[in-house]
Ligand binder design. Structure first.
Ligand code: GTP
Ligand code: MG
Length: 198
C-alpha cells in the first residue's frame, strides 16, 4: 500500500472525543518509549507527524492520523510509566482501556515490544487482557536495528515460546526499525489486508 496522504486529525483525552466518522482505526500500543510514535512517522514517511521523545511518557492522548482519507493510524499513550496517568484501571490507564475495550472504531491493534528485551510481564498481562476480550492484535518487535539478524530471530522465537505457554495459536508477529525503515512494506501490506478483510 502507498501512503499518499497522512495528516493529523485530532488528539483525544477521552474516548467520547475520538472522530465520529466511520473510518477504521489501526492502533499502536506498548510500553512507554517502545517506539510507537516513531513507527507512525516511519510508516507515513513523515518525520515529526507524531511527537517522538527519548523521555518516556511523551504521548499522553489518543492521536488520530488520517491516512489516504480512508482510515486512521492511531498513536496511543504508553503504559508502564508511573507518572503517565492519574486515573488507572489496574496498571493500564482508563484512557487506554476505554479505547481498547469500548471504542468501535478500533479495527486492529499492534502491540509493540522492544526486540532487545525478554518478554516483559506487563506486556504479557496486556496481551492476556486482549485475549480475554477478543481484541484482534498482532505484535511488532521494535528497534530491530539494535540487534543482529540472528539475535532478532532468537528474540522473536523466544517470545513465541513464552506466548505458547498461554495461547494455542500465536498472533501475527512482525519486526521493525524506525531508524532504518525496516518492516515498512510488511506492516503496510498487513494493514492493507486487515482493512480489506472486513
Ligand atoms: P511514549 O509516547 O512515551 O509512550 O513513547 P513511544 O512508544 O511513542 O516512543 P517514541 O517513538 O517516542 O521513541 C522513544 C525513543 O526510542 C526515541 O528516542 C526514539 O528515537 C527511539 N526509537 C524509536 N524507534 C526506534 C528504532 O526503531 N530504532 C532505534 N534505534 N531507536 C528508536
Ligand atoms: Mg509516543
Amino acid at each position: 500500500m502507498q501512503i499518499v496522504k497522512a495528516e493529523f486529525k485530532c488528539s483525544s483525552a477521552k474516548v467520547s472525543q475520538v472522530p465520529k466518522d466511520d473510518l477504521r482505526d489501526i492502533a499502536f500500543i506498548g510500553r512507554s518509549n517502545v517506539g510507537k510514535s516513531s513507527l507512525i512517522n516511519m510508516l507515513t514517511g513523515r518525520n515529526g507527524l507524531a511527537k517522538v521523545s527519548g523521555t518516556p511518557g511523551k504521548t499522553r492522548l489518543i492521536n488520530h492520523f488520517e491516512i489516504n482519507g480512508k482510515w486512521y493510524l492511531v498513536d496511543l499513550p504508553g503504559y508502564g510509566y508511573a507518572r503517565a496517568s492519574k486515573t488507572t484501571v489496574g496498571e493500564f490507564s482508563k484512557l487506554i482501556t476505554d479505547y481498547i475495550l469500548k471504542c468501535e472504531k478500533l479495527h486492529y491493534l499492534f502491540v509493540l515490544v522492544d526486540s532487545r528485551l525478554e518478554p516483559q510481564k506487563i506486556d504479557l498481562r496486556f496481551i492476556e487482557m486482549l485475549g480475554m476480550n477478543g481484541i484482534p492484535f498482532g505484535i511488532i518487535f521494535t528497534k530491530a536495528d539494535k540487534l543482529s539478524k540472528s539475535q532478532l530471530q532468537k528474540s522473536v522465537t523466544r517470545y513465541g515460546q513464552v506466548l505458547k505457554e498461554q495461547w494455542e495459536e500465536l498472533p501475527p508477529m512482525l519486526c521493525s526499525s524506525s531508524e532504518k525503515g525496516v518492516g515498512r512494506e510488511e506492516i503496510l501490506a498487513f494493514i492493507e489486508k486487515c482493512l480489506s478483510e472486513c
